[in-house]
Write a protein that binds this ligand. Structure first.
Ligand code: ADP
Ligand code: MG
Length: 503
């Protein structure tokens, strides 16, 4: 049986891992690295993915695309290259997945088809579906999606078999994610989760870039932020300097513009002062998630740092100050997610094949919904209100019911919808689907109609209606995904990818 792998499809870096002899390990790519930059570059007759694409970003900014994950599930976003070819976020993520799978196939000596892909815990339904579709476009069989913090905890928990309340602080390249998990041996239960998809190392790079660009101007130079090529070059240099500042008290950035070079020395203190507000944003979210869970720091037994940006000393200090504990650092923060995904991939593929997994223990992972799901109904003053049926952070799979009443005698249909979001005002929630469901003739006024909403393990949402007066099933709404590609798009993109030369 071909091996199933785990893939951490990151905003800035992606990686793949596999279980060997009961232990997960990172697979190196064709460049010999464990991490592959999530960067795609379109050439005349080939597509570059990874380090080479990232290195060419400065020279060919119009054909280079990165941070695609921020656009997953956005039906309107397209990348248009210099040949005017358009690419959806699903296709671009598909290219990255294809390249990771090909590299993994090379490393394992057999074709990889089955994968578990990780997603941020706060990804909503549309973004999860987009991620699955990216896998399909890449001709992969996506066994499961797993939340990134859950995957990281799986990697940690299995290592040592520890129990308790786990706080996962994940600051990557472009996303921030906080999750509280309850772990007991091999069981992981997500208690609460929240995040910000526009906060990550990228934003710290921006602060350093602004700082350096300002210093260059003070030296009489031009504004490097004005010119896209100069800006891309500055970004590369500042990202390297940022890494240096993780280990050293100061770093030097050398840039050139208009035939002159400028040297800017930055101290860690200066960098930390410039990015303090970003760190504070993570603090607010972290406290909020604890609040949501009805917990305080003294209930937290373990803090896991995930994501490359948590290597920064200021992050470690913040987490230490907040939690009063020293965060776990046994596993590299940018590898834990992929290792956990590999463990799940191994388990799921073994279950499907009916053989014992390589891993000795059975994992049980319970996830929670990332967004509140509900429906709208008229209240007694005939005003339409949103009613949350499955609040966010509800364990999945789950099923909730509520009874609504008809408004007039012999009402012949109800308008049912599924909403996503908080609060009563329909203006502030997203309507995912709306449908008319006919009612039988002769119902009295205020006849009870039971609504049962369910959310299954793969994130599919159903809303079923029952006529309580006659005890009959009235109909069902399954969430079709207006924000996602349809089947024919996926198939077309899948065929197109077959013809591509991906390097
Ligand atoms: P993602 O999962 O979001 O793609 P990663 O977890 O791989 O990202 O983290 C990538 C981010 O971590 C980048 O912004 C990178 O600059 C940052 N990073 C990696 N190593 C270090 C380091 N030693 N010091 C500071 N930042 C780092
Ligand atoms: Mg990540």
């Amino acid at each position: 049986m071909a091996q199933a792998i785990g893939i951490d499809l990151g905003t800035t870096y992606s990686s793949a891992a596999v279980v060997r002899n009961g232990r997960p390990e990172l697979l190196t790519n064709r460049d010999g690295d464990a991490l592959t930059p999530s960067v795609v570059l379109f050439g005349d007759d080939q597509v570059l993915v990874g380090a080479m694409a990232k290195r060419s970003a400065t020279a060919m900014p119009d054909d280079c695309v990165q941070f695609v994950k921020r656009h997953m599930g956005d039906p309107h976003w397209r990348f248009i290259d210099s040949r005017d070819k358009e690419y959806s976020p699903e296709e671009l993520s598909g290219l990255i997945l294809r390249r990771l799978a090909e590299d993994a196939s090379m490393a394992l000596g057999e074709e990889v088809r089955d994968v578990v892909v990780t997603v941020p815990a706060y990804f909503d339904d549309a973004r999860r579906t987009a991620t699955r579709q990216a896998g399909e476009i890449a001709q992969l069989n996506v066994l499961r999606l797993i939340n990134e913090p859950t995957a990281a905890a799986v990697a940690y928990g299995l290592d040592q078999g520890e129990a308790g309340t786990v706080f996962v602080y994940d600051l990557g390249g472009g996303t921030f994610d906080v999750t509280i998990l309850r772990a007991s041996g091999t069981e992981f239960e997500v208690v609460a989760t929240d995040g910000d998809r526009n906060l990550g190392g990228f934003d710290f790079d921006n602060e350093l870039m602004r700082h350096v660009a300002g210093a260059v101007q003070e030296q009489g130079g031009p504004d490097l932020m004005d010119d896209p090529v100069a800006q891309a070059d500055l970004r590369d240099r500042c990202e390297i300097a940022k890494r240096t500042l993780t280990t050293m008290p100061s770093a030097t950035v050398v840039t050139s513009a208009g035939g002159r070079s400028y040297t800017v020395k930055v101290s860690r203190d200066e960098f930390e002062a410039a990015s303090r507000h970003l760190l504070e944003r993570t603090e607010v979210i972290a406290e909020g998630v604890l609040d949501d869970a009805g917990l305080s720091w003294r209930h937290v037994d373990q803090v896991l740092l995930v994501g490359g940006s948590t290597r920064m000393p200021m992050v470690r200090e913040l987490v230490r100050r907040l939690s009063g504990a020293t965060p776990e650092a046994r596993i590299n923060p940018d590898e834990a997610v992929s290792l956990g995904a590999a463990l799940l991939a191994d388990q799921v593929s073994a279950e499907r094949a009916g053989v014992a997994p390589d891993m000795k223990v059975r994992l049980s992972i319970r996830d929670v919904t990332s967004q509140s799901l509900g429906t709208t109904a008229l209240d007694d003053r005939n005003v339409r209100r949103n009613v949350v049926m499955i609040p966010r952070n509800t364990k999945i799979p789950c099923k909730r019911e509520d009874v609504f009443f008809t408004m007039v005698p012999d009402q012949r249909f109800v308008l049912v919808d599924i909403t996503e979001g908080e609060g009563e005002d329909p203006e502030y929630v997203a309507k995912l689907i709306e449908r008319e469901i006919p009612l039988p003739a002769g119902l009295p006024d205020a006849a009870p109609i039971k609504h049962i909403m369910s959310y299954d393990i793969d994130g599919l949402v159903h809303l079923e209606l029952f006529d309580e007066t006659n005890g009959r099933h009235l109909g069902e709404v399954e969430l079709d995904r207006p924000l996602n590609l349809d089947r024919s798009d996926v198939e077309r993109m899948r065929q197109a990818m077959r013809r591509l030369d991906i390097q």
